[in-house]
Design a protein. Structure first.
Length: 180
């Protein structure tokens, strides 16, 4: 018997001073049985940090190779931004950079290991693809506060994230890395 996804609700109070985005979001996030809490939290943070009109979690699930975990579509339905999470392989990122105008990767893993597996010479427009990482200790502390119903206050200033998740307050810088 296959296990079902667990539905998490997240009320987000988003204040992204860097981009001038101030929103109250009600997210329903399905967590696949094979998905770690760290991956799901990184997916939620990527959604918030990339928030704009047309942003969505994909319907393909965490194991889909055809769609990213988070994406942005314009009003015509065209994929404009491919937002990957975790440790995607070079072929996936190469394909993404051909399909979307912009590609970004958010990882909760060791960024040196993620970058080492992504040889830039095999990736289309590699020099334009940022890889963002979060402090692993902060991700671990935040995931221990995750529940089925969550309240997340997220403030971003100068690429520094201040977050409070269900009463647990944390802060971390968003480190940006490049493939080249």
């Amino acid at each position: 018997m296959a296990l079902n996804a667990t539905l998490h609700t997240v009320t987000v109070h988003l204040a992204d001073v860097d981009r001038g985005v101030y929103e109250e979001l009600e997210l329903r996030v399905a967590r696949h049985p094979s998905e770690t809490a760290e991956y799901m939290l990184t997916r939620i943070l990527a959604y918030c940090l990339e928030y704009e009109e047309g942003v969505a979690f994909s319907d393909g699930g965490v194991s889909s190779t055809d769609v990213p975990p988070v994406l942005v579509r314009d009003l015509t339905g065209r994929l404009t931004t491919w937002i990957d999470v975790g440790s995607p392989d070079a072929d996936r990122i190469h394909r993404a950079s051909k399909l979307a105008d912009r590609v970004a990767v958010y990882t909760h893993r060791d960024p040196a290991k993620v970058l080492a597996q992504l040889p830039a010479k095999r990736i289309h427009r590699a020099d334009r693809i940022p890889v963002y990482s979060f402090d692993r200790a902060v991700i671990d502390a935040a995931t221990s506060a995750l529940d089925r119903r969550n309240t997340l206050t997220l403030s971003i200033t100068d690429r520094h994230v201040f977050l409070e998740l269900n009463g647990t307050a944390l802060s971390t810088s968003i480190e940006e890395h490049r493939l080249t």
